[in-house]
Ligand binder design. Structure first.
Ligand code: GUN
Ligand code: ZN
Length: 450
């Protein structure tokens, strides 16, 4: 057992329904962790008195948050972050897809997988829903790397059978065979799970979407994810390609792909009818604000999602998004709502923390295990420790209260402030297995991973 001592901020409820009181903040808290699970939580002094013999990890310098949950991110795109100045379809053709084609080479794919997982953990992300590669072998390579990283990863082979460059295309029979094999090998193994992942309806025929429906039934707990309603040109083309469908989400719903374990990325231009459908089946949206801004896709209709009772979580959308930091995505989500004026939903720092932690856990059906730091949950945590003398350090020290401290975190912190990350009580090897900035580390450092 280990007793962690820290200022802990988390959101065990839902601030969209419970209000800003949903923030739980404890200075000098103790978290007792046994076999990766939090078994007791309370004032540090009380826990210490009850467990005088347990080793203590002193994290009092900084703030301990639940590990972040990224519900939309592409592993093959880590090296194309920064492709600015293009709308979605041009960016795909010129930036993303040429790089994705390079993953035909397994050695290249393995190197990209390492870059990706390292970046994810270094930003404080412990759980993610990941778009894999179009190639089964590169997706296999990714799952193997994800298993070694210790992160909680749900991922799947991306499938398409039209419109994209030839080398990225499959056909329904092959997609079924390869998908079944990947599900058998990886779904439910350790912290890994499978997600059926058609790229988007624009590049996926009805026959291939039908195969996706079959794969979704192949094992219990398989998830579904895809893109929808991101860009107006994309939406128009999907309408032309599916004349028999009512709208974009109907192209998925026709094949039984929408349900409580479905995550739709972007959904900027969603209609009320589509939101009604999502609410009815319990599907989630993944809001990706830096990507939406960078590709000029639009401002996310969060208020309409909330009014329809549709759950929203956050995604970095690397590489259309501008990096792995979900803290940055949270701030950009706040900006987007501000820019929408009366159509926006003003967000507090509590909303932002909920969106990048517990909301993601709920979207992925993992909220019984992760998303907050309550008793019974896995010890998945990100320790933010500002560099001494930085504006972040100064402002955190002068914060008026916990919500204000959280606002400082969202405005001023970067992945450089993520000092250590644990998944299930293990320090992640993907972040090097040790706290960052060792020269400034406190004397009682987290243990090195074995
Ligand atoms: N739509 C289809 N593929 C993609 C992708 O890779 N990134 C984004 N942002 N949108 C997509
Ligand atoms: Zn995407």
């Amino acid at each position: 057992m280990t007793l962690y001592r820290a200022t802990v901020l988390d959101v065990p409820g839902d601030p969209f329904t419970d209000g800003p009181d949903a923030l739980r903040a404890e200075t000098d808290a103790g978290l007792l962790v046994r076999d990766g699970v939090i078994t007791a939580r309370g004032p540090y002094a009380e826990l210490r008195a009850a467990h005088p013999g347990e080793p203590v990890e002193d994290l009092t310098d900084g703030v301990l948050l639940p590990g972040f949950v990224d519900t939309h991110v592409h592993y093959p795109q880590v090296r194309v972050i920064g492709g600015l100045g293009m709308p979605l379809l041009d960016w795909l053709e010129r930036c993303a897809l040429p790089e994705e084609a390079r993953l035909a080479d397994d050695r290249y794919a393995a190197a990209v997988a390492e870059d990706f997982l390292t970046g994810l953990a270094a930003a404080g992300t412990t759980t993610a829903l990941v778009f894999g590669a179009h190639f089964a072998t590169a997706t296999d390579v990714f799952f193997a790397a994800a298993e070694r990283s210790g992160l909680r990863i749900t991922a799947g082979q991306v499938v398409s059978d039209r419109v994209l460059r030839d080398e990225l295309l499959t056909d329904p029979d092959r997609a079924l065979t390869e998908g079944r094999r990947l599900i058998e090998r990886w779904h439910g193994r350790g912290r890994l799970r499978y997600a059926v992942t058609p790229r988007f309806s624009l590049s996926t025929s009805d026959d291939l979407l039908a195969v996706c429906g079959e794969l979704l039934e192949a094992a219990d707990g398989v998830a579904f994810t895809s893109h929808a309603n991101e860009n107006l040109r994309e939406v128009d083309r999907v309408r032309e390609l599916f004349p028999g469908s009512d709208d974009y989400l109907d192209t998925y719903d026709k094949h039984g792909l929408l349900g409580p374990r479905s995550v739709i990325a972007h959904n900027v231009h969603v209609t009320d009818a589509e939101l009604d459908l999502m609410a009815r089946v319990g599907a989630w949206s993944s809001h990706c604000p830096t990507s939406n801004a960078s590709l000029g896709s639009g401002l996310f209709p969060l208020r309409r999602h909330a009014e329809h009772g549709v759950g929203v979580a956050m995604g970095s959308d690397v590489g259309g998004g501008t990096g792995f930091s979900l803290v940055k995505e949270g701030l950009q989500a706040y900006f987007a709502q501000q820019l929408l004026g009366p159509d926006g939903l003003p967000l507090t720092s509590t909303h932002l923390l909920y969106l990048i932690t517990r909301a993601g856990a709920r979207a992925l059906g993992l909220d019984d295990r992760v998303g907050d730091l309550g008793v019974g949950k896995q010890f998945d945590a990100s320790w933010l420790r500002p560099s001494p003398g930085s504006t972040f350090a100064t402002n955190l020290a002068h914060a008026e209260d916990a919500a204000d401290a959280l606002a400082k975190i969202f405005t001023l912190s970067t992945p450089g402030d993520v000092a250590a990350v644990w998944v299930g009580g293990d320090l992640t090897t993907a972040s090097g297995g040790r706290p960052r900035n060792p020269s400034t580390a406190p004397s009682s450092r987290p243990k090195e991973a074995a």
